[in-house]
Design a protein around this ligand. Structure first.
Ligand SMILES: Cc1cc2nc3c(=O)[nH]c(=O)nc-3n(C[C@H](O)[C@H](O)[C@H](O)COP(=O)(O)OP(=O)(O)OC[C@H]3O[C@@H](n4cnc5c(N)ncnc54)[C@H](O)[C@@H]3O)c2cc1C
Length: 435
């Protein structure tokens, strides 16, 4: 390999994860390049993100990371290090989580939140009508599909209570957030190439030496990071076959519905992010008076894993199922004649927990398997990947003696073994978008 440009690190992908990694590495003084086949930062799966910021996950490390993320978004300008143009907004409306059979009445979640020190308040069943005006607070679980004769049947019992987490909400524009991180990367000296596809990753004597791109041709680099989102699996294949004991990733098709916000006498029925495991959906207010509805992957939903990146972009009866489940909770929800919303891909790992790790080949790293739940964590992922890449490059044996990462705002240390490619499948996971 003689001709071609040279960088200290090349990041495959300029989504929110790839840009955040580039920012940390550039700030550490590395000459970075993000290569993306798309037209601009954040035009991959990031652009479809519901961008919900919530602190509840099924594991201690997942919860600690997500709680920390709230502070990064709160102090966004400090994180970026410059005053960007554009109206990015963190709507800190908080998150309401209903108790349900599916989440075992939140007992485990509350215990993890207490352990990590995440603030929350309990909401009594009798107060729920004030939190969700106009809602039908009956229990409908298990979540069903609309062709099930028992769809809409209730046990006759009301929802038993909820938990409210004030440190959460949503970001109004995930693509703009990514563009702003990319702006910080450029200010720190990093570069981008768009409309360019990585075709090959090169190695010699067990170490990465560079890659070949469709437009740019050969690029020399001792460090290559796979941040390719739902294409992560095919980028991994460019390095070599995955060992059977390593966590795999694959794309999963998802639909998200947007419908007019149901109204009660006192105003909109939903003012917070709502996790409704009883109906198998999550919801949040969307701009211009709409409600956004996604699935929590209840047992009744058929998960559409893909063997290629081609997917059906038009909405199907999955849209109808999600909207009807939302209408059980909010009877005033007017179901539109025309489906509005979108289909997109998650990059799902075997246990719905990401793989933030080194690879088997020296100089190869992965930030993949984000499983529909890592937009919020991106600023921290950039920092923990920077720590990991720096430590491993300087000789740390992360596989044998897993690194710790100290979360800057809360001060808690998380064990990066939790995100290792070599971990056993984490049975504590929700095996859903909740992580
Ligand atoms: C519908 C939906 C809702 C979501 N909701 C939430 C939420 O509420 N909260 C939350 O925290 N997370 C959420 N997520 C998850 C979150 O958005 C993702 O985890 C995150 O955006 C992934 O970012 P990424 O940078 O890894 O991937 P991407 O944004 O997909 O970026 C990967 C990039 O790699 C590029 N690429 C791939 N292969 C190549 C190649 N060979 N050569 C060059 N470029 C390549 C692609 O063009 C792409 O731009 C949601 C995701 C989806 C799809």
């Amino acid at each position: 390999m003689s001709e071609g440009s040279t960088y200290d690190a090349v990041i495959i992908g300029a989504g929110v994860i790839g840009c955040a990694i580039a920012l940390d590495l550039a700030r550490r003084g590395l000459r970075t390049l993000n290569v993306d086949r798309g037209p601009a930062p954040g035009h991959g799966s990031t652009s479809w993100s519901a961008a919900i910021i919530r602190p509840y996950y099924s594991t201690i490390d997942g919860t600690a990371l997500a709680y920390e993320a709230h502070f990064a978004w709160q102090n966004w300008i400090d994180y970026l290090g410059y005053q960007p143009e554009g109206a990015l907004h963190y709507n800190e409306c908080g998150c309401l989580v209903l108790e349900a059979a599916d989440n075992r009445q939140l007992a485990g979640t509350r215990a993890i939140m207490r352990e990590v020190g995440v603030p929350f308040t309990d909401v009594a069943a009798g107060d729920l009508a004030d939190w969700l005006p106009g809602a039908d607070l009956s229990q409908f679980s298990p979540a069903r599909r609309i062709d099930d004769p028992q769809f809409g049947e209730t046990s006759g019992e009301p929802i038993t209570g909820a938990m409210f987490c004030p440190t959460g909400g949503y970001i109004n524009d995930p693509q703009l957030a990514t563009a702003q991180i990319a702006g910080a990367v450029e200010r720190a000296g990093g570069s981008f190439r768009f409309h360019d596809t990585v075709l090959a990753i090169h190695q010699s004597s067990g170490r990465i030496t560079g890659l070949t791109c469709a437009k740019s041709g050969l690029i020399h680099a001792p460090i290559v990071i796979n941040a390719a989102g739902p294409a992560s699996r095919w980028v991994s294949d460019l390095v070599g076959p995955r060992q059977p004991d390593q966590i795999a990733t694959r794309p999963l098709r998802q639909e998200v519905a947007t419908v007019p916000m149901p109204q009660a006498a006192s105003g909109p029925s939903l003012r917070h992010v709502l996790t409704d495991a009883d109906c198998g959906i999550y919801m949040r207010p969307e701009q211009s008076g709409h409600l956004l509805i996604g699935s929590l992957e209840p047992a009744c939903d058929i998960l559409e894993y893909l063997d290629s990146e081609e997917y059906e972009t038009s909405l199907t009866d999955q849209w109808t199922n999600q909207v009807w489940r939302a209408a059980l909770r909010f009877p005033a929800l007017g179901i539109p004649n025309t489906a509005q919303g979108f289909a997109a891909l998650y990059d799902v790992s075997e246990d719905w927990i990401p793989v933030y790790d080194r690879g088997d080949v020296g100089g190869y790293f992965t930030a993949i398997g984000t499983s529909g739940n890592q937009f919020k964590n991106a600023p921290l992922v950039g920092q923990l990947m920077g720590h990991l890449i720096d430590s491993v490059t300087n000789g740390a044996d992360h596989d044998r003696a897993p690194l710790q990462f100290r979360l800057p705002a809360t001060g808690r240390a998380i064990d990066l073994a939790a995100f290792s490619r070599l971990r056993p499948i984490n049975r504590a996971s929700s095996f859903s978008v909740l992580g």
